[in-house]
Design a protein around this ligand. Structure first.
Ligand SMILES: NC(=O)c1ccc[n+]([C@@H]2O[C@H](COP(=O)([O-])OP(=O)(O)OC[C@H]3O[C@@H](n4cnc5c(N)ncnc54)[C@H](OP(=O)(O)O)[C@@H]3O)[C@@H](O)[C@H]2O)c1
Length: 252
């Protein structure tokens, strides 16, 4: 039997990249996606290959659901030609964008973009890919600590993540008969490029986060890559329909 295969959206950077690198160390092959940074994506492929793993990257705009049928065709072809497989095993709905705006200042255009990228996209991409997923597979949807705590400026973004958490439970119930687990992993503030890299690059923000976190620091991409790969590993097999926060204990 071949290696397990994971599809990870937004695997060119940040949390998706870290997840890919962790899974490769668990013997999982990767089909990753990027949005615009093709070279970054190719660098991740090379890093994975240097670890002895196997990966391919496809371009995808998660905000454009009209492209999902063609994406499914690309995945089907890739599975056959590169991985000698008909099915994949894991789906990590990770790709996303940050946006900071109060309820008063959020525009309809911002709201619609967040909705498409963070909720409608994962919902319909998953629907499209489910026929290609092996029974007994696993899905992890990236939520956010911001769906639990509510600092001003994240209302629309966090509401989409709240929707992801509700959808996760419904999907878990629906896919139970196929032995597929579905969970939402909610990171706290992590040092990536996300939202302009504020958590990583703004010392005031970083120290505010550290002082409100039980473990005393902001998160690192590896903290999340490890958590997602834990859910996709042996220890995750009886965990489904859950929201699991990986925030080092933010605002407890
Ligand atoms: N970092 C945090 O503090 C934090 C906290 C909680 C939750 N999250 C969630 O974790 C996920 C990953 O965040 P991150 O920190 O890794 O972000 P990141 O470093 O900014 O990386 C974002 C990734 O998503 C891809 N992407 C962006 N827009 C896309 C689109 N429209 N269609 C498809 N792919 C797109 C990017 O592709 P390109 O490289 O091609 O641009 C990149 O691979 C997101 O869902 C985010 O909401 C992050």
């Amino acid at each position: 039997m071949g290696n397990k295969i994971a599809i990870i959206t937004g695997a060119s950077r940040g949390l998706g990249k870290s997840t890919a690198l962790h899974l490769v160390r668990q013997g999982v092959d990767i089909i990753g996606t990027y949005h615009s940074l093709e070279q970054e994506a190719q660098n991740v492929v090379e890093e994975i290959e240097s670890l002895g793993g196997k990966a391919r990257m496809l371009q995808l705009d998660v905000g454009d659901s009209s492209s999902f049928e063609a994406f499914k065709g690309q995945v089907t072809m890739l599975l056959g030609t590169c991985f000698s497989a008909e099915r994949f095993d894991f789906l990590v709905n990770n790709a996303g964008i940050g946006m900071h705006a109060s309820c008063a200042d959020t525009t309809e255009a911002q709201f619609d973009q967040l909705m498409k990228v963070h909720f409608k996209g994962p919902f319909f991409l998953t629907q499209k890919l489910l026929p290609l997923m092996a029974d007994g597979g696993r899905i992890v949807n990236l939520s956010s600590g911001l769906a639990r705590f509510s600092p001003i400026g994240y209302a629309a973004y966090a509401s989409m993540k709240g929707a992801i958490e509700v959808w996760t439970r419904y999907l878990a119930n629906e896919l139970g008969p196929r032995g597929i687990t579905v969970n939402a992993l909610a990171p706290g503030a992590i040092e990536t490029d996300f939202g302009g890299g504020t958590v990583r690059d703004n010392p005031q923000v970083n120290s505010w986060i550290s002082s409100n976190t039980a473990l005393g620091r902001a998160g690192l991409p590896d903290d999340i890559g490890a958590a997602v790969s834990m859910l996709l590993g042996e220890g995750g097999r009886w965990i489904t329909a859950q929201r699991i926060e990986a925030s080092g204990g933010m605002f407890v």
